[in-house]
Write a protein that binds this ligand. Structure first.
Ligand SMILES: [Zn+2]
Ligand SMILES: [Zn+2]
Length: 309
């Protein structure tokens, strides 16, 4: 089959648009889509400095490659940060991969450890608190870490590599959990104000996971393939399966759901509730102690009791 845009042989059929792509045209289509997404949601202004959160997985490495390429004409400076959660035999490999790509692209790379930021590694937490989901604690730590990293590096735009599949899966999970307050975090652009005012952007918002995987494959990219040993996907993998099945039978259905998710998440409002300040760290919180400080307090208690025994 021939590429719908040039005379080369096609290697990919994009079912939802009915177009065939050769390698070159496919890669360009992904890069153009990211450019369009950035402009559609007003993610970046000329010359703005961006902090990319790069874990070393395929999506974040693709984001780093694409953004380093497309932001050049906009004189945007890129800085990369990787969070080291302290998970042995897992994170080391990924750190090496990110370091190599940053060296190649001549982009500054910073590593921030949970241990330094919060006093605990995820390995230590899972040993202290057996039976608890390390993922939920990791999520709370990660969100706070991103705030702290942006503050330390003094960068007001923070990009993460969430793709379209991530966004619609999270949307459905939030609906199923009746967790409507989180819907706004899932938008392509979200303003975070609690510790350090930032614009959180998701430049890969409109790209299917499958196409990002193909993009990385065609670039012969090295990325971390191993899943986190603590990963407990639960309902997410079931939702992923259902959505992939639906997309196969009805190409473009994921896009429709994506647009519904954006519309609903944007329009939903909550009555203004008076927020207090966390009595330990001082961030705005609905309770006396924020979720991070609550967990740290609990961990310290367990640790102190262990020492006594
Ligand atoms: Zn072509
Ligand atoms: Zn706190």
């Amino acid at each position: 089959m021939q590429c719908s845009f040039c005379h080369e042989t096609a290697i990919y059929y994009r079912a939802y648009s009915g177009k065939y792509f050769c390698i070159k045209c496919f890669k360009e289509s992904i890069e153009e889509k990211v450019i369009k997404t950035i402009s559609k949601y007003s993610m970046l202004n000329y010359g703005e400095k961006i902090l990319l959160m790069v874990s070393g997985g395929k999506d974040s490495i693709a984001m780093l490659r694409i953004l380093s390429k497309i932001t050049k004409p906009h004189a945007s400076e890129i800085v990369v940060a990787t969070i080291d959660e302290g998970i042995s035999e897992y994170r080391e490999d990924a750190l090496e991969i990110v370091k190599n790509v940053c060296n190649e692209l001549d982009i500054p790379h910073y590593i921030f450890k949970f241990k330094d930021l919060f006093g605990y590694t995820i390995d230590e937490i899972s040993n202290l608190k057996r039976g608890i989901s390390a993922c939920s604690i990791c999520g709370i730590f990660r969100r706070r870490a991103m705030d702290l990293i942006a503050q330390k590096l003094n960068i007001k735009i923070v990009a993460t590599a969430h793709n379209l599949d991530d966004i619609i899966q999270t949307f459905l999970i939030n609906l199923l959990n009746n967790d409507l307050k989180r819907l706004k975090w899932n938008l392509p652009v979200h303003y975070e104000t609690s510790i350090f005012p930032q614009r959180r952007i998701k430049p890969l918002s409109e790209i299917y996971e499958e196409e990002l995987a193909l993009y990385s494959f065609l670039n012969n990219e090295r990325f971390q393939k191993m899943a986190c040993p603590y990963m407990h996907e639960g309902i997410r993998s079931q939702i992923r399966e259902i959505l992939n099945k639906l997309e196969k039978e009805h190409p473009g259905i994921k896009y429709s759901l994506f647009h519904s998710a954006i519309g609903i998440s944007k329009s939903i409002t909550f009555p203004k509730k008076e927020r207090k300040k966390c009595k330990i760290c001082g961030i705005p919180s609905f309770s006396e102690k924020c979720s991070l400080c609550t967990i740290l307090h609990e961990l310290n208690e367990i640790k102190n009791n262990q020492v006594k025994i």
